[in-house]
Design a protein around this ligand. Structure first.
Ligand SMILES: [Zn+2]
Ligand SMILES: [Zn+2]
Length: 450
């Protein structure tokens, strides 16, 4: 018989090491069971919210209820989520466009993470019956099942069937490499000609991506490139040539640093050419915008001094270094005291529908991301939503505007989510099923009454 120990009763010197290991094992088993429950709940939630044929309500922002210009100029190809993930739902029952957000909120996740959790659970439930039986019996942890599910997203039925058969007996131990190999084998056997087409399609997956998440207060970030080998070799050599030229020009930096600086030089082809030919550099073609915060804290060296146009914090040294550069225009925009906010009786200027540049800047700097619970989309790419609609005398002022990304703007307009601004930049959201969430510039807090 196992002795059940209450984790809250553990006294530092009372239990033996064996007791503690028993306790860890019990807690792990309870956590696995809780994750299995969430897996079943995700499936139940999806089944309760099927996509209704002809439901185009996510397209409705184009109707008269919300004027088109409130939505900004981005396209709206994708229903609801803002992710191009249609292919990943191949073979799965489609869910309603607004189904993911309430589940995600209840599960303390972002909407896109919640949608992926539901999708991966549906893959196991609907496409891999043998793995599903093992998962339901508690033999395969959910995180591992979801990794298997992600490996077969979008693959044809007979391939998934074969992988399901092969993987089920080893699903509790198989790593991603094994799963990928099994999928490749099944595809080669069933669709030899498809594999050939796929390798051609791999060419479609070339990309150059700037990873915004890697930028810190130092202003240094990471960029990822996948390209043709020949192109990469050429680019590498161009970087080397510019790095050499920078040294010739007197740069004291190390080779690695000069190679990194060379990317900036190559971004201005006329300057790169001048540098390589040792001729006079042309006028800079690149520009940076820095927003200087001129409140008392910043001026006295205690608070935030500056942000760039993407809302990233800049250190005084970074601003100083930018101002000393000759290869680009630096535009300094003063941001007047953000705390000198409008409390409802000193609205910004007259009241046109589209906010003035200054008002829009203040709102986007106040909330650097979409203000929906857990959303991390940058406010620079968000719509500015009137909390109280302009048509019903809502003012176009920072006290009545908030950045919302496309999907969350649609949820607010068409799916019963409501919110209000408590203090400037702080919002209280109410979800149609009774969840309540507080969003501040520092994150999301769940205030739902248990
Ligand atoms: Zn106002
Ligand atoms: Zn959002």
């Amino acid at each position: 018989m196992t002795t059940v120990i209450d984790p809250h009763q553990v006294d530092d010197d009372a239990p033996t090491p064996t007791d503690l290991i028993t306790l860890v094992r019990q807690t792990r088993a309870a956590a696995d069971q809780a994750n299995l429950d969430l897996f079943h709940l995700a499936i139940a939630w999806a089944h309760a919210h099927p996509e209704t044929p002809g439901d185009q309500s996510w397209k409705a922002p184009r109707s008269s209820s919300v004027p088109a210009d409130e939505l900004g100029e981005r396209d709206d190809r994708t229903p609801g989520t803002g992710d191009l993930d249609e292919d990943q739902w191949f073979g799965l029952p489609p869910i309603a466009w607004n189904a993911a957000a309430p589940f995600a909120t209840a599960n303390n996740m972002s909407t896109s993470a919640g949608r992926a959790f539901i999708r991966d659970s549906l893959v196991i439930r609907h496409r891999m019956p043998r793995v599903h039986a093992k998962v339901s019996a508690g033999k395969v942890p959910i995180w591992r099942a979801h990794r298997i599910a992600r490996a077969v997203l979008g693959t044809p039925r007979d391939v998934v069937e074969r992988v399901d058969k092969a993987i089920a007996p080893i699903a509790d131990t198989a790593g991603l490499v094994t799963v990928d190999r099994l999928i490749d084998e099944a595809k080669l056997e069933l669709y030899a000609e498809l594999v050939e087409i796929e390798s051609l399609e791999a060419l479609e997956h070339r990309h150059v991506t700037l990873d915004e998440r890697t930028i810190g207060h130092t202003g240094i970030a990471t960029m990822d490139i996948r390209a043709d080998w020949a192109d990469l070799v050429d680019f590498d050599q161009a970087v080397s040539r510019v790095a050499d030229a920078l040294k010739r020009d007197g740069s004291p930096e190390s080779l690695d640093v000069r190679r990194s600086m060379a990317v900036g030089v190559l971004a201005d082809p006329a300057r790169a050419l001048a540098l390589l030919n040792s001729t006079e550099p042309p006028a800079p073609s690149k520009s940076i915008v820095a927003y200087l915060h001129l409140d008392t804290d910043a001026l006295e060296g205690r608070g935030l001094l500056a942000t760039d146009e993407h809302g990233h914090t800049l250190l005084a040294t970074t601003v100083r270094e930018w101002l000393a550069r000759h290869d680009r225009h630096v535009t300094i925009r003063p941001v007047l005291d953000l705390r000198g906010h409008c409390d409802g009786d000193g609205h910004d200027g007259s009241d046109p529908y589209v906010p003035s540049h200054i008002t829009a800047e203040k709102v986007r700097l106040r909330n650097p991301t979409c203000v929906f619970p857990q959303c991390t989309k940058r406010s620079r790419s968000c719509d500015l939503d009137h909390l109280i609609a302009h048509a019903t005398s809502g003012v176009t002022c920072e006290c009545n505007l908030a950045p919302l990304c496309r999907h969350h703007h649609q949820l607010k307009t068409h799916a019963g989510w409501t919110y209000q601004q408590l203090t400037p930049g702080t919002f209280l959201w109410r979800e149609p099923h009774g969840q309540t969430l507080l969003v501040t510039p520092h994150g999301t807090r769940d205030l739902t009454d248990p």
